[in-house]
Design a protein around this ligand. Structure first.
Ligand SMILES: Cc1cc2nc3c(=O)[nH]c(=O)nc-3n(C[C@H](O)[C@H](O)[C@H](O)COP(=O)(O)OP(=O)(O)OC[C@H]3O[C@@H](n4cnc5c(N)ncnc54)[C@H](O)[C@@H]3O)c2cc1C
Length: 325
């Protein structure tokens, strides 16, 4: 059952920002994540701030530079179905289409997808885990087969979003509005590393909300893709996923961004693999070497070492699709 809460539907972004300054006030977009948290009483919610009247946060538009601006309230179904997204950034359309089920993609928004809470069962369950103010991360000595293999300092969750790794590969910028005005930041800076603060998922300050995500114009010859592996064929979160944005000119990789989902508490940029691929021909040997490089430094927990081979496999498969022999 829900606890009692107040409901506000501000008519402007400024009003929303004012209401969200109270840390027990939470933005409501599609509600597909927040309402579950409320029902399970995972954190205290005194006020729900519905963003539904903020029409300026909806839709997809071309930017002056030739990229796209995606409103935070654009639904995942709209992102996946947009002809412009499919044409300019097919990997993003793929990533949005991989989220959950058709019903959830019709309801869930892009902003909510980036700001959702972790699905870690210790966090979601009736446990006093570190993220909820407890003494330690219970996954370390517990059921950890879905947890992270990189970046797990203090809390070992994985970031649940499918669109975030693809947006990071595309070098997206997040626009945020708040009591101090608007600001923008590279998408990777939106996510709070647990080593810095394990109780918060984002770096948003009190009163701030995501308004838009900007994508730079695609570079000539850029190929993008998102591959997700889940435990079952119906809706599920990523066990492992790889977002790629690659440019190949005269058979040489001139640019490569590789970002993993299901790997870390935030989208994990596989910088060693990127460095190994960039400036070289994409041969089958190099594809294998890049998959190994992407897993260098992995620190699996007791039950999730399988992810290393899983990642190597999907990275190889995705890169192999780009090899011309
Ligand atoms: C059964 C099920 C399966 C799912 N499967 C997947 C999956 O496979 N992949 C995946 O990525 N996700 C999945 N999700 C998670 C979720 O439904 C989606 O990520 C969805 O996009 C969340 O968007 P929303 O608009 O419904 O968010 P909401 O529930 O409205 O909000 C989520 C969080 O973000 C905050 N928030 C929302 N909008 C903003 C904003 N503009 N600025 C700042 N904060 C904001 C809210 O306060 C809340 O904390 C699943 C959820 C369920 C219930």
């Amino acid at each position: 059952m829900f606890e009692d809460f107040a409901y506000a539907r501000p008519e402007s972004v400024a009003q929303a920002a004012q209401l969200l300054q109270d840390e027990t006030a939470h933005a409501l977009a599609g509600g597909s994540d927040l309402l579950g948290c409320l029902r399970e009483r995972i954190f205290p919610v005194k006020t729900i701030v519905s963003l539904s009247s903020l029409k300026e946060l909806r839709g997809i538009a071309r930017t002056a530079e030739g990229g796209l601006s995606l409103g935070a309230l654009t639904t995942l179904a709209e992102v996946a179905g947009s002809t412009e997204v499919q044409t300019l950034y097919p990997g993003l359309a793929q990533a949005a289409a991989e989220v959950a089920s058709p019903q959830l993609r019709n309801q869930g928004t892009l902003g909510g997808n980036l700001c959702q809470k972790t699905r870690c069962w210790y966090y979601r369950g009736d446990f006093d885990c570190l993220r909820k103010g407890g003494a330690s991360c219970l996954a370390v000595h517990g059921e950890n087969h879905l947890h992270c293999i990189f970046g797990g300092d203090a809390c070992y969750m994985v970031h649940p979003s499918d669109t975030a790794p693809m947006l990071q590969a595309l070098q997206a910028t997040v626009w945020v509005a708040g009591p101090a005005g608007d600001r923008s930041l590279p998408l990777e800076q939106l996510f709070m590393p647990p080593a810095q603060d394990p109780t918060r998922e984002t770096t948003l300050q009190p009163g701030e909300l995501v308004t838009h995500i900007h994508l730079p114009p695609p570079m000539a010859g850029q190929q993008t893709s998102y591959r997700k592996v889940r435990a079952r064929r119906s809706w599920d979160f990523a066990l492992a996923g790889v977002a790629l944005a690659v440019i190949i000119e005269d058979e040489i990789v001139t640019s490569c961004r590789m970002v993993l989902s299901g790997a870390a508490p935030f989208p994990w940029q596989a910088t060693q693999a990127e460095a190994l691929l960039t400036g070289a021909a994409l041969t089958r040997e190099r594809v294998r070497a890049a998959a190994s490089a992407a897993m260098q430094g992995a620190e699996p927990l007791t039950h999730n070492a399988y992810k290393i081979e899983l990642f190597k496999g999907i990275i190889q498969e995705e890169l192999a699709r780009l090899v011309r022999e």
